[in-house]
Each structure stands twice: as structure tokens, then as C-alpha cells.
Design a protein around this ligand. Sequence first.
Ligand SMILES: *Cc1c(COP(=O)(O)O)cnc(C)c1O
Length: 236
Amino acid sequence: MSSIKQNIEQVISQITSATEKCGRTADSVQLLAVSKTKPIVAIEEAIDAGQFAFGENYVQEGVEKVQHFATSPQADKLSWHFIGPIQSNKTRQIAEHFDWVHSVDRAKIARRLSEQRPEDMPPLNILLQVNTSAEASKSGVTFDELATLADEIAAMPNILLRGLMSIPQKADDYDSQYAAFHALAEAQKALKGKHPQLDTLSMGMSGDMEAAIAAGSSIVRIGTAIFGARDYGTKQ
Ligand SMILES: *Cc1c(COP(=O)(O)O)cnc(C)c1O
């Protein structure tokens, strides 16, 4: 079995070759290691390998990890991204512990994050989750509602609207993967007229990273390829 360190090196080399293929620089794409359901020791191993950005989906589990690593020697380098569905009774915990939230799709949630972000912390970085596949079952704002939501959220204090995120419907062929990511990148471009600070596109996972990077991704979210398969136990 390969180690977490080897897996990270492998993923980084995939990112690098994907950026080279489309003429981007390797450092224009950030690797977010999705550590949901994985233990503290797995995150420690990733940190030892030089990985400092982590994504979590479950509030309580994520907060415990943030608190654990707050006293680690690498604490200042770490960034914690909340990427899971958000219930309104959990926003305070997110606002008080995370650096980024990728999964905002309602003004109500953003307003609570804004109100609950402690004054002594930097603004919370926000990405709007967009439903690029128009599937009723998936969360995310539709393209039609996006501009209005962005205007509303960009005006809120203590949070900073930084860009868009999507989890497109699984597609095996490059062209359909690319089409969904390109649509998200175009939506961001359109929003930038009014919101020039938008600089982040969270798109691409293990199976569709190359298409996402070609379409302009700046954060790829990778879990299994780094930490191995997840055991959900009682979760979900
Ligand atoms: C779990 C998760 C990932 C990582 O998925 P893997 O298939 O393990 O790489 C990425 N993004 C989101 C939003 C997730 O929930």
C-alpha cells in the first residue's frame, strides 16, 4: 500500500502535468486534501509531506480537527475549508473555525456566517456552490439565480466572496467534463464585471481533474486518491 506522502506526490505530479498540457503554471492550482472521515494521524502524515490545505464535510468532525491542529507547530500555515452541506444551526461553528466555505448556496446561510464570524478573525472566504448539472437532487444555486445571490452576498461584512464551486454530474468523457467546468468558469467571468475580486474556482476531483484544470480551476478537491477509501460507519 502506498503512503499518504507518496499519494500526495502522485496527485501533485498529475496536477503539474495537467497544467503543463494547457499552458498554466503548476502553482496556479491549489491542492485541497479532503480529509473527511479520516483520523488526525492521516492529516499529520499529510502535513509532514508539506500539504497544508484541508477540506472537511461534517461540522463537528471538522471543528475537532481544526481545534486539534490549532496548537501544532504548523498551525499558521494550515487552512481549513468547509465543503459540505450547511444547515443553518451549524453556521456559528463554521464561522468560528474555518478559513473558507465552498458550499454556500443561499443568502440566509451567508448572512448567518457574516453575522457570526468573530471580529478578531480575518473575513471568511466564501465560494458559491453552483448546480452546473441542473439536477433537482443536488444542492447549488442555478446559473439564473447566481448574479442576484452574488450581489447580495458580496455586500455582507466579515465575509469575502472569492468565487464559485461545483460538483458536476459524473461524466466519464473529457468533453462533457470540460463543458460543465467551462460553464462555471464563464459564469465567474461574467460576475467579475461587478465583482472584480473573484479569483477562485473550486472545481475538479480525482476523476475529472484534467478537464477542470484546462477550464481554469484554481482549487482541486482530492480525498480518496490521497487518503484511500472512506469508511462512513454511522455517517450517511
Ligand atoms: C468528498 C468530497 C471530495 C473528495 O472526493 P474524493 O472522491 O474522495 O476525491 C471533493 N469535493 C467534495 C465536495 C466532497 O464532498
